[in-house]
Design a protein around this ligand. Sequence first.
Ligand code: HEC
Length: 202
Amino acid sequence: MKTKYIWTLLPCSIVIWVSGCNQESNENVGLSSEWTRTSVGSLDEQAKLQLDSSLSAKQELETTLKANLLASIQADGPHGAVNTCSTIAPQLAKSVSDQFGLRIGRTSNRLRNPSNYTPVWMESVSDQQDDESACFQKSDGTLAVSYPITIAAPCLLCHGESNNVSKEVRTVIQDLYPTDQALGYKIGDLRGWFWVEVPPIE
Ligand code: HEC
């Protein structure tokens, strides 16, 4: 099968949608004392608006990233798309941050780009490989949310095991990201998280 058709054949399985924070975890997970893990049930009205905003921003970034990646794979092939992704992914995160008045990014416990390091408030999420969404609150009223990202078929072109990833793709990745740890995934694996930090609403 030609790789460029993979996206169109698997349109909806790409991401597991997570609509809110894990309701069961309500303990302080012993982070820097500024941040406390919390549950949706205990959020006040203001924080619920922050949560809505985090989800909208996450959906926007996810949709635009996917569309850009698809267009680039079709235009330039997977190895060309690695280059595009390396410049476009950080730009899109910045523009969605500006658009929504918050901070958004992606991270993983196995990074490709070291600039996508894990924010301090979600280190426990990364350490525990938490595959449910989690919410944290800071003493200044900031709400932070993590949304898990799962590997689907199209992701294997650039994150799969060696039989899925072409030599050209591996070469470009090695050039751009000499410390890459993001190969070797299988469908359904937890790849990482979107993270969003929403300031208090005035
Ligand atoms: C065309 C190759 C390509 C495809 C296909 C691809 N990625 Fe990536 N991925 C990259 C590159 C390049 C980066 C580093 C970009 C950056 O600087 O944020 C990256 C970074 C990431 C990151 C950020 C964390 C890190 O390790 O830096 C996540 C999460 C991620 N990819 C998940 C996915 C998922 C899920 C899919 C499938 C829906 C996917 N990727 C498909 C090339 C690809």
